[in-house]
Design a protein around this ligand. Structure first.
Ligand code: C2E
Ligand code: MG
Ligand code: MG
Ligand code: MG
Length: 284
Protein backbone atom coordinates (compact mmCIF):
# COMPACT_ATOMS: atom_id res chain seq x y z
CA UNK A 1 0.00 0.00 0.00
CA UNK A 2 2.66 2.37 0.98
CA UNK A 3 4.33 1.77 -2.35
CA UNK A 4 1.10 2.62 -4.15
CA UNK A 5 0.68 5.72 -2.08
CA UNK A 6 4.20 6.72 -2.90
CA UNK A 7 3.54 6.30 -6.57
CA UNK A 8 0.41 8.38 -6.37
CA UNK A 9 2.28 11.09 -4.61
CA UNK A 10 4.80 11.16 -7.40
CA UNK A 11 2.00 11.46 -9.94
CA UNK A 12 0.39 14.25 -8.03
CA UNK A 13 3.71 15.92 -7.74
CA UNK A 14 4.42 15.81 -11.49
CA UNK A 15 0.89 16.95 -12.26
CA UNK A 16 1.20 19.89 -9.88
CA UNK A 17 4.62 20.64 -11.19
CA UNK A 18 3.39 20.94 -14.77
CA UNK A 19 0.34 22.91 -13.75
CA UNK A 20 2.52 25.23 -11.72
CA UNK A 21 5.01 25.65 -14.54
CA UNK A 22 2.22 26.49 -16.93
CA UNK A 23 0.66 28.99 -14.55
CA UNK A 24 4.02 30.52 -13.91
CA UNK A 25 4.75 30.96 -17.59
CA UNK A 26 1.35 32.46 -18.16
CA UNK A 27 1.86 34.88 -15.30
CA UNK A 28 5.29 35.77 -16.63
CA UNK A 29 3.92 36.43 -20.11
CA UNK A 30 1.22 38.67 -18.74
CA UNK A 31 3.66 40.46 -16.50
CA UNK A 32 5.79 41.18 -19.57
CA UNK A 33 2.82 43.08 -21.01
CA UNK A 34 1.87 44.84 -17.80
CA UNK A 35 3.94 47.96 -18.46
CA UNK A 36 2.72 48.35 -22.02
CA UNK A 37 -0.87 47.81 -20.91
CA UNK A 38 -0.43 50.40 -18.17
CA UNK A 39 -1.40 47.93 -15.45
CA UNK A 40 1.23 48.78 -12.83
CA UNK A 41 0.33 51.15 -10.01
CA UNK A 42 2.17 52.72 -7.12
CA UNK A 43 0.58 52.94 -3.69
CA UNK A 44 1.97 55.31 -1.09
CA UNK A 45 2.12 54.81 2.65
CA UNK A 46 2.83 57.76 4.96
CA UNK A 47 5.84 57.86 7.26
CA UNK A 48 5.65 60.16 10.24
CA UNK A 49 8.30 61.96 12.20
CA UNK A 50 8.40 60.20 15.57
CA UNK A 51 8.97 63.39 17.56
CA UNK A 52 6.50 65.76 15.96
CA UNK A 53 4.01 63.39 14.37
CA UNK A 54 4.22 65.36 11.14
CA UNK A 55 4.20 63.69 7.77
CA UNK A 56 7.83 62.90 6.93
CA UNK A 57 7.33 61.26 3.56
CA UNK A 58 5.96 58.19 1.90
CA UNK A 59 7.11 54.77 0.82
CA UNK A 60 6.00 53.60 -2.61
CA UNK A 61 4.73 50.04 -3.11
CA UNK A 62 4.02 48.54 -6.47
CA UNK A 63 0.79 46.71 -7.32
CA UNK A 64 -0.40 45.12 -10.52
CA UNK A 65 -3.95 45.79 -11.65
CA UNK A 66 -4.73 42.91 -13.98
CA UNK A 67 -8.10 42.61 -15.68
CA UNK A 68 -8.40 38.88 -15.10
CA UNK A 69 -6.57 38.48 -11.81
CA UNK A 70 -7.58 41.66 -10.03
CA UNK A 71 -5.18 43.67 -7.90
CA UNK A 72 -1.99 41.75 -7.17
CA UNK A 73 0.22 42.65 -4.21
CA UNK A 74 4.02 42.85 -4.64
CA UNK A 75 4.58 39.48 -3.00
CA UNK A 76 2.40 37.87 -5.69
CA UNK A 77 4.62 38.90 -8.58
CA UNK A 78 7.87 40.58 -7.48
CA UNK A 79 9.63 37.23 -6.80
CA UNK A 80 8.73 36.09 -10.33
CA UNK A 81 9.81 39.44 -11.74
CA UNK A 82 13.15 38.99 -9.98
CA UNK A 83 13.71 35.45 -11.23
CA UNK A 84 12.86 36.37 -14.80
CA UNK A 85 14.73 39.68 -14.61
CA UNK A 86 11.55 41.49 -15.63
CA UNK A 87 12.32 43.42 -12.43
CA UNK A 88 14.79 45.47 -14.45
CA UNK A 89 12.10 47.08 -16.59
CA UNK A 90 9.59 47.12 -13.77
CA UNK A 91 12.14 48.68 -11.43
CA UNK A 92 12.78 51.46 -13.92
CA UNK A 93 9.06 52.00 -14.30
CA UNK A 94 8.77 52.37 -10.51
CA UNK A 95 11.58 54.93 -10.37
CA UNK A 96 10.14 57.00 -13.19
CA UNK A 97 6.61 56.89 -11.80
CA UNK A 98 7.74 57.82 -8.28
CA UNK A 99 9.81 60.76 -9.57
CA UNK A 100 6.94 62.07 -11.71
CA UNK A 101 4.50 61.78 -8.82
CA UNK A 102 6.91 63.52 -6.48
CA UNK A 103 7.34 66.35 -8.94
CA UNK A 104 3.57 66.69 -9.27
CA UNK A 105 3.20 66.91 -5.49
CA UNK A 106 5.98 69.46 -5.30
CA UNK A 107 4.04 71.66 -7.68
CA UNK A 108 0.71 71.17 -5.92
CA UNK A 109 1.80 71.46 -2.30
CA UNK A 110 4.19 73.41 -0.18
CA UNK A 111 6.63 70.57 0.38
CA UNK A 112 9.69 72.79 0.12
CA UNK A 113 9.31 73.89 3.71
CA UNK A 114 9.40 70.39 5.07
CA UNK A 115 11.55 67.34 4.63
CA UNK A 116 9.26 65.16 2.62
CA UNK A 117 11.03 62.10 1.27
CA UNK A 118 9.83 59.49 -1.14
CA UNK A 119 11.15 55.98 -0.52
CA UNK A 120 11.41 53.45 -3.34
CA UNK A 121 12.14 49.74 -2.95
CA UNK A 122 14.95 48.37 -5.08
CA UNK A 123 15.58 44.68 -5.62
CA UNK A 124 19.11 43.24 -5.35
CA UNK A 125 18.59 41.92 -8.87
CA UNK A 126 18.50 45.52 -10.10
CA UNK A 127 22.25 45.73 -9.53
CA UNK A 128 22.44 43.76 -12.75
CA UNK A 129 20.96 46.81 -14.49
CA UNK A 130 24.13 48.72 -15.26
CA UNK A 131 22.18 51.64 -16.67
CA UNK A 132 20.15 52.10 -13.51
CA UNK A 133 22.30 54.83 -12.04
CA UNK A 134 22.13 56.99 -15.18
CA UNK A 135 18.43 56.28 -15.51
CA UNK A 136 17.72 57.43 -11.96
CA UNK A 137 19.91 60.50 -12.34
CA UNK A 138 18.04 61.46 -15.51
CA UNK A 139 14.67 61.05 -13.76
CA UNK A 140 15.83 63.19 -10.84
CA UNK A 141 17.06 65.87 -13.20
CA UNK A 142 14.10 66.01 -15.57
CA UNK A 143 11.66 66.15 -12.66
CA UNK A 144 13.74 68.79 -10.86
CA UNK A 145 13.94 66.80 -7.66
CA UNK A 146 16.36 67.36 -4.82
CA UNK A 147 18.30 64.06 -4.76
CA UNK A 148 18.40 64.08 -0.95
CA UNK A 149 14.64 63.63 -0.87
CA UNK A 150 14.81 60.33 -2.71
CA UNK A 151 15.41 57.34 -0.48
CA UNK A 152 16.23 53.97 -2.00
CA UNK A 153 15.55 50.85 0.06
CA UNK A 154 17.63 47.74 -0.33
CA UNK A 155 17.20 44.50 1.60
CA UNK A 156 20.05 42.68 3.27
CA UNK A 157 20.36 40.25 0.36
CA UNK A 158 21.87 43.21 -1.51
CA UNK A 159 24.85 43.10 0.80
CA UNK A 160 25.79 39.61 -0.30
CA UNK A 161 26.03 40.59 -3.91
CA UNK A 162 29.08 41.55 -5.80
CA UNK A 163 31.24 44.58 -6.13
CA UNK A 164 28.57 45.89 -8.49
CA UNK A 165 26.43 46.61 -5.47
CA UNK A 166 29.03 48.60 -3.56
CA UNK A 167 29.95 50.49 -6.68
CA UNK A 168 26.38 51.48 -7.48
CA UNK A 169 25.57 52.35 -3.87
CA UNK A 170 28.63 54.60 -3.67
CA UNK A 171 27.68 56.38 -6.87
CA UNK A 172 24.14 56.91 -5.61
CA UNK A 173 25.40 58.16 -2.28
CA UNK A 174 27.78 60.58 -4.03
CA UNK A 175 24.91 62.35 -5.79
CA UNK A 176 23.09 62.71 -2.49
CA UNK A 177 20.43 60.02 -2.78
CA UNK A 178 19.60 58.56 0.64
CA UNK A 179 20.18 54.85 1.06
CA UNK A 180 18.21 52.71 3.45
CA UNK A 181 18.70 49.12 4.51
CA UNK A 182 15.24 47.54 4.57
CA UNK A 183 14.09 44.73 6.87
CA UNK A 184 17.16 45.28 9.02
CA UNK A 185 17.90 42.46 11.43
CA UNK A 186 16.16 39.56 9.74
CA UNK A 187 18.75 38.87 7.06
CA UNK A 188 21.99 37.10 7.58
CA UNK A 189 24.45 39.83 6.78
CA UNK A 190 27.21 40.23 9.31
CA UNK A 191 27.25 43.43 11.26
CA UNK A 192 30.91 43.95 10.48
CA UNK A 193 30.02 44.19 6.77
CA UNK A 194 27.54 46.98 7.32
CA UNK A 195 30.02 49.85 7.39
CA UNK A 196 31.37 48.88 3.97
CA UNK A 197 28.12 50.17 2.52
CA UNK A 198 27.09 53.82 2.47
CA UNK A 199 23.68 53.41 4.13
CA UNK A 200 22.12 56.39 5.86
CA UNK A 201 19.04 54.74 7.27
CA UNK A 202 18.27 51.41 8.92
CA UNK A 203 14.67 50.27 8.62
CA UNK A 204 14.02 48.03 11.57
CA UNK A 205 11.99 45.06 10.49
CA UNK A 206 8.44 44.87 11.75
CA UNK A 207 9.07 41.53 13.43
CA UNK A 208 11.09 43.31 16.14
CA UNK A 209 8.38 45.83 16.86
CA UNK A 210 5.70 43.16 16.89
CA UNK A 211 7.51 40.31 18.63
CA UNK A 212 5.61 39.38 21.81
CA UNK A 213 8.50 37.10 22.88
CA UNK A 214 10.94 40.00 23.09
CA UNK A 215 10.31 40.40 26.82
CA UNK A 216 11.02 43.90 27.99
CA UNK A 217 11.85 44.68 24.37
CA UNK A 218 15.53 44.09 24.98
CA UNK A 219 16.19 43.08 21.41
CA UNK A 220 14.45 46.07 19.90
CA UNK A 221 16.22 48.40 22.35
CA UNK A 222 19.60 46.88 21.48
CA UNK A 223 19.00 47.26 17.74
CA UNK A 224 18.01 50.90 18.14
CA UNK A 225 21.03 51.63 20.33
CA UNK A 226 23.29 49.88 17.86
CA UNK A 227 21.89 51.84 14.91
CA UNK A 228 22.09 55.21 16.62
CA UNK A 229 25.58 54.70 18.01
CA UNK A 230 26.79 53.99 14.49
CA UNK A 231 25.12 57.17 13.29
CA UNK A 232 22.24 55.71 11.31
CA UNK A 233 18.84 57.27 11.08
CA UNK A 234 16.12 54.76 11.99
CA UNK A 235 12.68 53.94 10.67
CA UNK A 236 10.39 51.48 12.46
CA UNK A 237 7.99 49.52 10.28
CA UNK A 238 4.73 47.83 11.16
CA UNK A 239 3.52 50.17 13.91
CA UNK A 240 -0.03 49.01 14.55
CA UNK A 241 -0.69 49.99 18.16
CA UNK A 242 -0.26 53.00 20.44
CA UNK A 243 1.95 50.87 22.65
CA UNK A 244 4.33 50.08 19.78
CA UNK A 245 4.43 53.74 18.84
CA UNK A 246 5.28 54.84 22.40
CA UNK A 247 7.94 52.18 22.68
CA UNK A 248 9.65 53.33 19.48
CA UNK A 249 9.49 56.93 20.62
CA UNK A 250 11.14 55.99 23.90
CA UNK A 251 13.89 54.29 21.93
CA UNK A 252 14.40 57.45 19.83
CA UNK A 253 13.43 55.91 16.51
CA UNK A 254 13.36 58.77 14.00
CA UNK A 255 10.47 57.83 11.73
CA UNK A 256 7.46 55.55 12.09
CA UNK A 257 5.30 53.76 9.60
CA UNK A 258 2.38 51.39 9.95
CA UNK A 259 -1.34 50.85 9.93
CA UNK A 260 -1.71 52.92 13.12
CA UNK A 261 -1.07 55.98 10.96
CA UNK A 262 -2.36 54.80 7.61
CA UNK A 263 -2.27 52.07 4.99
CA UNK A 264 -0.69 52.27 1.54
CA UNK A 265 -3.04 54.25 -0.75
CA UNK A 266 -3.28 55.78 -4.20
CA UNK A 267 -1.71 59.15 -4.95
CA UNK A 268 -5.17 60.76 -5.02
CA UNK A 269 -6.09 59.29 -1.65
CA UNK A 270 -2.83 60.51 -0.15
CA UNK A 271 -3.56 63.98 -1.45
CA UNK A 272 -7.02 63.99 0.08
CA UNK A 273 -6.17 62.56 3.46
CA UNK A 274 -2.67 63.94 4.05
CA UNK A 275 -1.24 66.44 1.61
CA UNK A 276 -4.14 68.88 1.65
CA UNK A 277 -3.70 69.22 5.40
CA UNK A 278 0.04 69.30 5.64
CA UNK A 279 -0.29 70.53 9.16
CA UNK A 280 -2.11 67.39 10.19
CA UNK A 281 -0.18 66.20 13.19
CA UNK A 282 -0.56 63.06 15.15
CA UNK A 283 -0.80 63.56 18.87
CA UNK A 284 2.49 62.22 20.06
P1 C2E B 1 8.85 46.23 2.52
O1 C2E B 1 9.49 47.28 1.69
O2 C2E B 1 9.57 45.80 3.74
O3 C2E B 1 7.41 46.78 2.83
C1 C2E B 1 6.70 46.56 4.00
C2 C2E B 1 5.41 45.81 3.80
O4 C2E B 1 4.66 45.89 5.01
C3 C2E B 1 4.51 46.34 2.69
O5 C2E B 1 3.85 45.20 2.13
C4 C2E B 1 3.51 47.19 3.49
O6 C2E B 1 2.26 47.35 2.84
C5 C2E B 1 3.37 46.37 4.76
N1 C2E B 1 2.94 47.16 5.90
C6 C2E B 1 2.90 48.50 6.07
N2 C2E B 1 2.46 48.83 7.30
C7 C2E B 1 2.23 47.69 7.94
C8 C2E B 1 1.74 47.38 9.26
O7 C2E B 1 1.46 48.24 10.09
N3 C2E B 1 1.62 46.05 9.58
C9 C2E B 1 1.92 45.06 8.70
N4 C2E B 1 1.77 43.82 9.09
N5 C2E B 1 2.38 45.31 7.44
C10 C2E B 1 2.53 46.61 7.08
P2 C2E B 1 3.70 45.03 0.57
O8 C2E B 1 3.15 46.28 -0.05
O9 C2E B 1 2.93 43.77 0.37
O10 C2E B 1 5.18 44.83 0.05
C11 C2E B 1 5.93 43.68 0.35
C12 C2E B 1 7.36 43.78 -0.13
O11 C2E B 1 7.41 43.81 -1.56
C13 C2E B 1 8.06 45.05 0.32
O12 C2E B 1 8.55 44.90 1.63
C14 C2E B 1 9.17 45.18 -0.71
O13 C2E B 1 10.29 44.42 -0.32
C15 C2E B 1 8.54 44.57 -1.95
N6 C2E B 1 8.13 45.68 -2.86
C16 C2E B 1 7.04 46.48 -2.79
N7 C2E B 1 7.03 47.38 -3.79
C17 C2E B 1 8.16 47.17 -4.51
C18 C2E B 1 8.75 47.79 -5.67
O14 C2E B 1 8.23 48.77 -6.23
N8 C2E B 1 9.94 47.28 -6.11
C19 C2E B 1 10.56 46.22 -5.48
N9 C2E B 1 11.72 45.78 -5.97
N10 C2E B 1 10.03 45.62 -4.40
C20 C2E B 1 8.86 46.08 -3.91
MG1 MG C 1 10.63 48.88 1.92
MG1 MG D 1 10.60 46.26 5.28
MG1 MG E 1 9.97 43.20 3.01
Amino acid sequence: RSKELGKNQVQYYTHDFHANMQQRMQLENELKLAIKRDELRLFYQPQVDATTGALAGVEAFICWQNERRGLLAPDDFIPLAEESLLIIDIGRWVINEACQQFSTWNKLYDLKNMTFTIAVNISAKQFKDHGLFDYLRACIKSNEIDAQLIELEFTESSLESSLDAIDMLNKLSDIGVKLALDDFGVGYSSLSQLKKFPFDVLKIDKSFVQDPRDNGNGLLAAICAFAHSLGYETVAEGIETEEQKLLCQTLNVNRLRGYLFDKPMTAKELQKSWLTHLLKYFTV
